[in-house]
Design a protein. Sequence first.
Length: 506
Amino acid sequence: MFSHIPLLSLLIWLPIAGGVAVLLTGGDENAKLARTIAIATIMISILLCVPLYLGFDNNSYKMQFTEVVPWIAAYDIKYSLGVDGISMPMIILSTFTSLVVVLAACRSIKTKVAQYMATILILQGLMVGVFAAVDAILFYVFWEGMLIPMYICIGIWGGANRVYASIKFFLYTFLGSALMLVALIYLGMKADSFSILSFYPLPLAKSIQEMIFIAFLLAFAVKIPMWPVHTWLPDAHTEAPAGGSVVLAALMLKMGVYGFFRFSLPITPDACRAFDWVLIVLSLIAIVYIGLVAIAQTDMKKLIAYSSISHMGFATLGSFMIFAIVRNTADFRDAYMSLEGAMVQMISHAFSTGAMFFGIGVLYDRLSSRMIKDYGGVAHTMPVFAAFFMLFAMSNVGLPGTSGFVGEFMVIISAFKANFWITFFAASTLIIGAVYTLWLYKRVFFGPLVSDKVKGLQDIGGFEVIVFTLLAVPVIYIGVYPEPILDVFHASVGHILYLSHLTKLT
């Protein structure tokens, strides 16, 4: 019914066009008009997501809502779009997150409003392009293109060290992707097509697979980010405005794991099988070591940034535990659960961690400080805000009944069938996460009142309540009833699992 409507192109180019329109509103004297156009553009994008969701066939792993238009004919490069059960939820999440960011900015962004709104809108379109691209070169264009608005977001609206943080972010993520382009060109030449799907059946020698795997790993590990290429993220999060931190946590970090699903596992399965232990070790270091680093932080934003890296370790662990599970148990059902757990973790992390970054942004707007020592007793003056933040903190801890529990539980249960010690170290996050999250909450919200400024804090209202409500609903819904979201990517995850266990050795 909806297959003949270019929904994906509309979801990519409408926000970009809306961003240009917002820029044309001029200076801050027209800030209200800029906000109105931005919100209207994103609301239309959300309405376009409705037919995308309703028209999607959950039982098929094939690309749906496809669009193919010749682009660079000399090299058979096409403007090719499509979605499966892995990319479709991420596109909806991108659009939803942009709405939340723009609504929150109605209060927090006071200068260069039109430019900020335009940056978020253009970033939204480029991120949707990453998830919708089926042509490898088109994917790379969107992948690198989205760095520019995020660089601008941090560099203009960030904190005191914003220039350092924005340059470090750009250099890490740009240079990390350089070898990926070489790998994509090699695969395109070998397949006589740059369609990502044409790369899947390509026979590849093990040495070639290993080089391609390393090229992909550098690009995706930096984006997630994995230890030891994670150092750009705490700086970027700390200096970015609240909206920029939310986009980083909710979407840009997920693109690394998405890359493993879309490229590494189906294109280089033998190399993935050979190097799975490397990814498992790096994931456990992120979960345990980075979690311990989070405990030592005195800056709230840095604490949540390190927490984010730790939780993303579960997504990478779930993605690569599948080989150990099949080797040790020969049970593909547990491997299935591991991959699905990684997907749920990506989506859940977007809501809970994104909400906590927003919460810290709310406090910063009021007291211009992110330091834990400057707060105490906030629950007495901001009870509504304290209640919302408690919900998101519990999801961050992995409390049953919240979305944070579902993905981690699925990964831990499936890993337990393969290796006790891997499970033991992975499950330690339940203790470590509780330590840094609850200790943060106790000091900020229930600690002694440290200044008269805290006594005068105004509780959240208006757009802030709307934003936190929009984030709280999926945290509870996924935690209580995750089946609908599991149904969406079940078939596509099964297909990736199948491809990852085929040999392509020549």
